[in-house]
Design a protein around this ligand. Sequence first.
Ligand SMILES: [Mg+2]
Length: 232
Amino acid sequence: MSLTARRVRFVCFDADDTLWKNEEFYRAAEQEFGRLMNPYLGPQPAIDRLFQTEMDNLETFGYGAKSFMLSMVQTALEILPPPQAASAVQEVLQIGKRLIRHPVELLPGVKETLEKLAGKYHLSVVTKGDLLDQQRKLQRSGLEPLFNHIEIVSDKTPAAYRALFVQLGAAPQEVLMVGNSLKSDIFPALETGAQAAYLPSPFNWKHEEMEEPENPPYLKITGLPDLLAVLL
Ligand SMILES: [Mg+2]
């Protein structure tokens, strides 16, 4: 426990795997991709190759489902001989479209927690990824009216958080950032002087993985409703 709740006036939430499920659908899509690359490359080596392509493309394409889809297409073209590649690319596009159209599944207690905090705190969503994709998920989540501010950034750096806090008129110490990624949500926010609550997720993207420190300078929670005991 490391949080001074009485200073908090602004609560910022990451979206994917903090408000709703996300990563497990990407993992399932990767498995489908792996199966599709058989017998030219085993499923795991194919998934590893896909991850490498994603990392190589990150600067060019950014985060999100469409970038993921393009990386799947590129990897399939690299793995498969041309006759097989053409039909596999069709399949890959279907995997990607299903991922994008997947219904939003809120994590336990999210709506109730936000309803209780709304009005008492200034609530924001801070998410990175594809603009259209993230907007669509927010609309489908039904949570949009509970937020005072929505921020979709291309990357979650300390500078991006600082700019957001300035825009909100918030001193960093008044902000609590809540998220499932130590790398994107917790540490960059702490670096600005904000406070943070870490909600570990059972599914993680390799790119976001980071070791937990021994004496965490943040509050660790098991679900969003844990915030109510601290903030209300
Ligand atoms: Mg997240």
